[in-house]
Design a protein around this ligand. Structure first.
Ligand code: HEC
Length: 120
């Protein structure tokens, strides 16, 4: 009986921690976004930048889902730090992305932070 209780507690804890692992998100569909209140001051400028530059061709939903699930929804590739960097470079090469190296780097740093938070 004791063992059974322990097992239930353990399963409960693991489910709970998985649920907690997800970063906080507001809105649904096209309005979906990371919760601005959870973004530390140091990442705020990059967060603002992302709101302007990264919604020109698609909504934030795509980025949020990639961070949350760890899977990039279009290509189905894993969305980890390596992928973030690769995507940053890909963005730089897109002629109409209208972002410079520094802007891309700031957003890459921010996305890495969000990936870390999501994994906690
Ligand atoms: C010039 C248009 C454009 C801009 C600006 C843009 N994207 Fe994209 N994004 C795309 C296209 C097109 C795709 C579809 C797959 C591809 O081409 O990589 C995409 C796909 C994605 C994906 C999914 C990738 C995959 O492999 O499934 C993510 C995540 C993403 N974008 C995030 C961002 C972020 C973050 C920014 C800002 C730094 C941004 N996008 C700015 C055009 C854009």
């Amino acid at each position: 009986m004791k063992k059974y209780v322990l097992l239930v507690v353990l399963i409960g804890l693991s489910v709970y921690s998985v649920a907690e692992a997800r970063i906080k998100v507001i809105g649904r569909g096209a309005k979906m976004n990371f919760n601005a209140d959870d973004i530390p001051e140091i990442h705020k400028p990059a967060f603002e930048l992302m709101q302007i530059k990264c919604i020109k061709c698609h909504t934030m939903e795509r980025t949020v889902i990639s961070v949350q699930t760890g899977v990039a929804p279009i290509t189905g590739q894993p969305f980890n730090k390596q992928a973030v960097k690769a995507y940053g470079i890909k963005m730089l090469r897109k002629p109409n992305s209208d972002m410079n190296k520094k802007e891309i780097r700031d957003v890459v740093v921010l996305l890495n932070y969000l990936l870390d938070e999501n994994a906690k």
